[in-house]
Ligand binder design. Structure first.
Ligand SMILES: *[C@@H]1O[C@H](CO)[C@@H](O)[C@H](O)[C@H]1NC(C)=O
Ligand SMILES: *[C@@H]1O[C@H](CO)[C@@H](O)[C@H](O)[C@H]1NC(C)=O
Ligand SMILES: *[C@@H]1O[C@H](CO)[C@@H](O)[C@H](O)[C@H]1NC(C)=O
Ligand SMILES: *[C@@H]1O[C@H](CO)[C@@H](O)[C@H](O)[C@H]1NC(C)=O
Ligand SMILES: *[C@@H]1O[C@H](CO)[C@@H](O)[C@H](O)[C@H]1NC(C)=O
Ligand SMILES: *[C@@H]1O[C@H](CO)[C@@H](O)[C@H](O)[C@H]1NC(C)=O
Ligand SMILES: *[C@@H]1O[C@H](CO)[C@@H](O)[C@H](O)[C@H]1NC(C)=O
Ligand SMILES: *[C@@H]1O[C@H](CO)[C@@H](O)[C@H](O)[C@H]1NC(C)=O
Length: 570
């Protein structure tokens, strides 16, 4: 396994992959691992979507259902700063489903709010290890239905957590400067720390339900961070670094303090019930379960017997980052390692990262590992076998705070998009965020208000699908209709003549049964030439199958890793 030391630094010119749904299966995209650019895709039908190109180093059968959620946070020069949803189903492996204009998204995922599936994330200004922003909730149509901040800390809402509880309250974090005695860590008595606060907020009421301040309960002497030049009002000492909070089935809170090397269980009265890890651990943590600078501490089960954590590391014993699944006995106060998860390449993620149990109700579950500040994700089978190893950016240029795989049905209110390349006799269609499209039917008319006749179809191949119109008698205008899994007509695009976009009127001459499962290869009677129509639609199907610009030659996979093993305090 080759090891390359990477230089943290600026991203130079970007490489643009100008092709629909370009997915690479070899090292051409990211193999060099330098930060000289992070390739992104462009689409003909949607000029706004510029997601990273995925590189799939390994993929096996047995991947769990669901879509993958990555809040892409690139260096400012990377052009990669939007939330993204990805499809890893066999037919569309590594293709985009949705992206939207919200910069620096953190903790991007689906949750349940008012009984409905929603998209949630933080967006705002990314500062040095924390953020100033606010929290967004979008419904299944990608419309904003809630947007709020921490209570009493307008502008200071931090990026590390946005969990919605079953009571429709939100758990969020605030970093705010506070005066403190730093003599325990060799600083001034009148120094400054970052107070880390978590709040539980009623999303509908906007009312504070609960608030907890780390400094009231956790001594500065418990930190493993070094003071360095910090400790002034302008540069407070980040002694705790709160980075995950959840509420358990008993109503207590599980809080991760990164530079404590510890997870805290906090009661509703604010008292600390126990510390797991760190300088004052109440638990006997088995040697192979010791973690450092961790992220994303979660209970797996309602009975709180299993916990997951992303161990950024490195401890002296472990020189790479990994996901950890623990057996936690709160009575005997023991922590045992059940399994560790890593991509086999000794990838070191200095900060950020996540481990998700994809089906918490079953031990026969897959696991998803997000490498945080390194743009890798990996899925594992129940016994820990690596099933998927993918990369979504140049190392050190792009990161994803937490990566999730979750079920999601998107029903955008915006219309599908279409671009006609009249010379190439190809229509390009997409529908940002729509998950229910099985195929695209293209219709043609002599005028925008003329009679629309069926021209050709293609199975949805990814974010953008090309429909071959070669051999089809076309009028001057085309438009496309999305068709769902059951042959149900979903929505029309606007009409185009290849130059402008127009509202279409006029009748639709179906000329065939669109719910028929064989519709893709059915003769298009309405074209006036059934033989030509038939040939054209068959051609379109074939083209759809090969239209996905994938290169499936799998070269020697030499995973890029960061060889710098340093104590990470960010
Ligand atoms: C994204 O939103 C910003 C702020 O509203 C706007 O300036 C920018 O043009 C938008 N970008 C795109 C591609 O829509
Ligand atoms: C989402 O919210 C928008 C705006 O309120 C509304 O028009 C749309 O119907 C909602 N979509 C769903 C799926 O609830
Ligand atoms: C937390 O700290 C802030 C800032 O020092 C203070 O305003 C607030 O009252 C504290 N809250 C609790 C619950 O201690
Ligand atoms: C920190 O200080 C408190 C209060 O003096 C003490 O009880 C605790 O043991 C100290 N912890 C460490 C790790 O030194
Ligand atoms: C907790 O454990 C009990 C006994 O093993 C089991 O019946 C129950 O389903 C578990 N509850 C949860 C929420 O996991
Ligand atoms: C683990 O699961 C994989 C399938 O995901 C299987 O191929 C492999 O044989 C299993 N290994 C063991 C040790 O059970
Ligand atoms: C269609 O539009 C053209 C140009 O605007 C107009 O001349 C014609 O009358 C319209 N035809 C119908 C059937 O509305
Ligand atoms: C259209 O095709 C579907 C599926 O093949 C069939 O169930 C339905 O009866 C057909 N409808 C008509 C009007 O032929």
């Amino acid at each position: 396994m080759g090891v390359k030391t990477l230089v943290l630094g600026a991203v130079a010119a970007l490489r643009c992959v100008s092709a629909q749904d370009s997915v690479s299966f070899d090292l051409d995209t990211y193999g060099e691992g330098d930060a000289s650019g992070t390739p992104y895709q462009t689409f003909r039908s949607n000029a706004d979507a510029k997601p990273p190109q995925l590189q799939i180093n390994k993929h096996e059968t047995g991947l769990a259902d669901g879509l993958v959620f990555i809040g892409v946070d690139g260096a400012p020069t990377s052009g990669q700063n939007w939330p993204t949803i990805w499809d890893f189903s066999p037919d569309r492996l590594g293709t985009l489903v949705w992206t939207g204009n919200y910069t620096e998204p953190f903790d991007f995922r689906t949750q349940t709010y008012r009984g409905e599936p929603v998209l949630t994330f933080w967006s705002g200004e990314l500062l040095d290890g924390y953020g100033h922003g606010s929290y967004y909730i979008l419904n299944q149509s990608y419309a904003e239905i809630a947007h709020f901040s921490a209570v009493g800390y307008e502008g200071l809402s931090d990026l590390h957590e946005f969990t919605i509880t079953p009571d429709d309250t939100a758990l969020v974090i605030v970093y705010t400067p506070k005066q403190a005695d730093l003599s325990d860590v060799g600083g001034d008595q009148d120094g400054w720390i970052f107070e880390c606060i978590f709040q539980e907020i009623g999303i509908d009421s906007g009312k504070l339900v609960f608030e907890w301040n780390a400094s009231t309960h956790v001594g500065i002497n418990e930190t493993v961070n070094e003071l360095g030049d910090a400790g002034s009002e302008g540069s407070p000492f980040d002694y705790f670094h709160m980075n995950s909070v959840l509420k358990d089935a008993d109503g207590d809170y599980l809080v991760s303090g990164r530079v404590m090397d510890a997870v805290f269980k906090v009661s509703r009265s604010g008292d600390i019930i126990w510390r797991l890890g760190g300088k004052q651990s109440d638990f006997d943590v088995a040697d192979d379960a010791v973690f450092a600078f961790q992220h994303d501490a979660r209970w797996v089960d309602g009975n709180q017997t299993r916990m997951t954590i992303f161990d950024n590391g490195p401890t002296a014993a472990v020189g790479y980052s990994r996901g950890l699944l623990f057996d936690v006995d709160q009575h005997a106060k023991t922590v045992r390692l059940i399994r560790e998860f890593h991509n086999g390449a000794k990838t070191f993620a200095k900060f950020e990262g996540s481990l998700q149990v994809l089906d918490p109700s079953s031990s026969n579950t897959n696991y998803l590992l997000g490498y945080g500040n390194q743009p890798f994700l990996a899925e594992f089978s129940p016994n820990g076998t690596l099933l998927l190893d993918a990369q979504f950016g140049a190392t050190n240029a792009v990161n994803g705070y937490r990566t999730y795989k979750l079920p999601w049905t998107g029903k955008p209110t915006a219309r599908p998009d279409i671009h006609l390349d009249a010379d190439a006799r190809t229509a390009y269609v997409s529908w940002n965020g729509a998950t229910e499209v099985r195929r695209w039917d293209v219709y043609s008319a002599d005028a925008t208000n003329g009679t629309w006749r069926y021209a050709a179809s293609a199975k949805r191949t990814g974010f953008e699908t090309s429909v071959d119109l070669g051999g089809v008698r076309l009028g001057g205008y085309v438009r496309a209709r999305a068709v769902g899994e059951r042959g149900d007509a979903l929505r029309w695009s606007r009409a185009t003549d290849g130059k402008g976009m127009f509202d279409a009127e006029g009748d639709v001459d179906e000329g065939r049964n669109i719910t028929s499962s064989s519709a893709v290869s059915t003769t298009a009677k309405a074209t006036g030439s059934s033989a030509a129509g038939s040939k054209a639609t068959v051609a379109a199907s074939a083209s759809a199958a090969s239209g996905l610009a994938v290169r499936i030659g799998r070269g020697v996979v030499e995973k890029v890793v960061v060889a710098v093993v340093a104590v990470a305090l960010v």
